[in-house]
Ligand binder design. Structure first.
Ligand SMILES: *Cc1c(COP(=O)(O)O)cnc(C)c1O
Length: 390
């Protein structure tokens, strides 16, 4: 047993849910209205205010929000959507759901956000959307991406699964692009258990999204079983079962109140990681590109293979022996067999993304972590790396 081993397991993430969330869920259960209803509507209004968007449409996941966005912009077979290999598989899947073709543009050399120059090189007459992913919550270069999109008549749909709350040039993510998709999955900064939100300033897109998230039946279909509702409905668009439920919205209403507190604690923990890891050779700390303020969803370090003789996976195993849980974000899209087969990508296709991935480790970061937890991670990591210096 190593001398740096913690007594108790430090989880990679633990969501914070207070008595307010619990009471609100109980209230929902007692109300008899479980699915999308008045609390979802309140949650949407509150969410739109939070990110400075005109409209927020609550759905079942970020994956659903992305897919809905493509449907609402009329993107489908024959169209191309440019995105990054450095993302969760569902970004790619959501493009495939719409019937469009994902086209990948490699990341920056030293940070896993999409490189606008690589995007510009991938534009074709079929390009209909650009989908940046703000990795760890650090905003992509939206200025350049919007220029490129405007030049080819494409829309920008942000995968902001990590970026609640983040800002780009002082503006909140969610208020900038044609549409933005957020995740409220259990592991994200703000959670409803499972859930997602699509934000937009375009009223027509918001209306389309509201219809398409609930079977493609007419607006306010959820009111069918209320006093003001009617039994009659018509299917008017290709729709999906993507609505949020009031049970999830009940949690979200109170999670939104905690954003400030969550973020100030995340920033403190990141500052402490920066201090504690600064002297450790072979550990590259994250340097988010400069035009925004990150939500610090993840604290992603990189093990430098020139300095450290053991691989990233071995570092993860040794941290685990010290009772420290970690994760890896992300296995790039071009490493997955299905996507290789379907789109002709190989492991060599996007070298920046592959190199960044091969050294990446996400360290534990969540608001209820103690300062001493960060110190214990630094102690273990420091010992492991020093025992394997070249
Ligand atoms: C979590 C995540 C998603 C998917 O979010 P869901 O709400 O689980 O659908 C999409 N993109 C990225 C980058 C993510 O991290």
């Amino acid at each position: 047993m190593s001398e740096t081993r913690r007594q108790e397991v430090l989880p990679f993430h633990r969501p914070f849910l207070g008595e307010e969330e619990i009471a609100e869920v109980v209230d929902t259960l007692r109300s008899g209205w479980l699915t999308m209803g008045p609390k979802t509507v309140r949650f949407e209004e509150k969410f739109a205010r939070q990110v400075g968007a005109k409209h927020a449409v609550a759905v079942s996941s970020c994956t659903a929000a992305l897919h809905l966005a493509f449907e609402c912009f009329g993107i489908g077979p024959g169209d191309e959507v440019i995105t990054t290999p450095y993302t969760f598989a569902s970004t790619i899947a959501s493009i495939a759901y719409a019937g469009a073709r994902p086209v990948l543009a490699d990341t920056l050399p030293d940070f896993p956000n999409i490189d606008p120059d690589q995007v510009a090189a991938k534009v074709s007459e079929r390009t209909r959307a650009i989908v940046p992913v703000h990795i760890s919550g650090a905003p992509c270069d939206l200025g350049r991406l919007h220029e490129i999109a405007a030049g080819c008549g494409a829309v920008v749909v942000e995968d902001a699964a990590h970026a609640l709350p983040a800002t780009y040039l002082g503006r909140p993510i969610g208020s900038i692009s044609h549409a933005t998709a957020f995740s409220l999955y259990a592991g994200k900064n703000v959670t409803t258990g499972e859930g997602g939100v699509l934000t937009t300033d375009d009223g027509e897109i918001a209306d389309k999204a509201r219809i398409r998230r609930l079977h493609g039946i007419s607006r306010d279909a959820w009111k069918r079983y209320t006093a003001e509702g009617s039994w009659y409905y018509e299917v008017e668009a290709r729709g999906f079962k993507y609505n949020m439920t009031d049970i999830n919205a009940a949690i979200g209403l109170h999670q939104l109140d905690r954003i400030e507190a969550f973020q100030s604690r995340r920033r403190e923990l990141v500052a402490l990681y920066e201090e504690e890891l600064a002297g450790i050779p072979g550990v590259v700390r994250p340097h988010p590109p400069g035009d925004g303020e990150s939500s610090w969803h993840l604290y992603m370090i990189r093990i430098d293979p020139e300095r450290v003789s053991c691989g990233r996976s071995e570092v993860i195993d040794l941290l685990k022996e010290d009772n420290i849980s970690t994760s890896v974000h992300f296995i790039p899209a071009h490493h997955h067999p299905l996507f290789q087969e379907r789109y002709g990508w190989s492991r060599e296709s996007f070298p920046n993304a592959t190199r960044l991935y091969e050294g990446a480790i996400s360290l534990p970061l969540f608001p209820t972590m103690e300062d001493d937890d960060v110190r214990s991670v630094a102690r273990s990591l420091g010992r492991i790396v020093r025992e394997h210096l070249r």
